[in-house]
Design a protein around this ligand. Structure first.
Ligand code: SF4
Length: 338
């Protein structure tokens, strides 16, 4: 598929943060001199094409850069390297009607439904003010528009004059979904959108996302640390580790023929019922600091299959042949075994 057939594309996208320098360090630098301030490469060069209408899961441990990537897709955060393309056009060159189409068309739903809703606004205004301000609906139609959206997301429209604190966690997340839908988006980036909810409520909200996808013809980028959650909703899954995608494939392939040792470890980590007892097989070690990432393959300090080569040479994300249309993995084992 060409870039123009993709709703969003990432081309070698990077995001670098400068590490804040405290007072003592600043004085030390003044006296002794010193090199440039240290920086963190939170996203270290990601290429990803997102097709219209698909659900792509972005999975990895906390601190792997997946939320930063989500924010760059929505334009909340500009990349410090590479490009984000909307329908084949770099977003920084978009202007006028195309810019507005991108800004309204790519919305985000956040993890914490409580802190992402203004506690002083009634639900009617939380959902309805955006589309009025952007001229999508007339002010006179606001109430009926909000009523319709509340019904779509499973909220009682009679509650439209209530404030966020008068709702449960699951209901608040439904308000967040209605607020995003109110701007008539084509893409929604869901950043750990069900992580703060109880397991039973998670299932209800996931089912809501599945229903709305069909009804509104939506594209989702579903960000989660939980591979199990993502598997219920995603067509493809991208596994991220320390700022890079290390494996990408359709969801069935990820679960049946995971190639990268990190993906295999994430799958082993999922709880399974064996002999009536829950077993938990966690990944060994912790995610290294992106301030001082390991040499070679960033997963090598934790990898059960590490080789000498892995400590010095970073594996590239390459196509591998497992009988599927698209399966990419970044592991030297694929070059070692024919
Ligand atoms: Fe493990 Fe080496 Fe593959 Fe990295 S490149 S995942 S260290 S086998």
């Amino acid at each position: 598929m060409s870039d123009t057939e993709m709703i969003l594309s990432l081309k070698d996208v990077q995001r670098r943060y400068s590490q804040p320098v405290d007072f003592v360090e600043r004085i030390g630098r003044l006296i002794k001199g010193g090199g440039p301030p240290r920086s963190v490469l939170a996203v270290a060069g990601v290429d990803l094409n997102i097709r219209a209408g698909e659900v792509i899961g972005l999975v990895g441990e906390s601190g792997c850069g997946k939320s930063t990537l989500g924010r760059m897709l929505t334009g909340i955060l500009p990349p410090t390297g590479g490009q984000v393309l909307y329908k084949g056009v770099p977003v920084e060159t978009l202007s006028g009607a195309r810019r507005r189409e991108y800004e309204l068309g790519v919305q985000m739903i956040f993890q914490d439904p409580f802190s992402s809703l203004n506690p002083r606004m009634r639900v009617l205004d939380i959902i309805g003010e955006g589309p009025v301000a952007h001229g999508l609906i007339k002010r006179a139609d606001k109430e009926s528009y909000v009523t319709g959206l509340m019904q779509k997301v499973g909220l009682d429209p009679d509650y439209r004059f209530r404030y966020p604190h008068q709702f449960s966690g699951g209901q608040r997340q439904r308000i967040g979904v209605a607020r995003a839908l109110a701007l008539k988006p084509s893409v929604i980036v869901c950043d750990e959108a069900v992580a703060a909810l109880d397991v039973s409520i998670q299932a209800q909200v996931l089912n809501l996302f599945i229903k709305l996808r069909q009804e509104f013809d939506l594209t989702y980028i579903f960000i989660s640390h939980n591979l199990g959650v993502v598997s219920h909703i995603s067509d493809r899954v991208a596994i991220m580790y320390l700022g890079r995608i290390v494996e990408l494939a359709d969801t069935d392939t990820i679960f049946s023929r995971a190639n990268h040792p990190y993906t295999q470890a994430l799958i082993k980590e999922l709880p399974v019922l064996r002999t009536g007892r829950r077993q938990f097989d966690p990944i060994k070690g912790e995610l290294p600091s992106p301030i001082d990432p390991p040499s070679g393959c960033p997963f090598h300090p934790r990898c059960p299959k590490v080789m000498d080569r892995c400590k010095v040479e970073r594996p590239l994300l390459r196509a591998i042949h497992t009988g599927t249309v698209e399966h990419l993995s970044a592991c030297h084992l694929n070059q070692e075994t024919p």
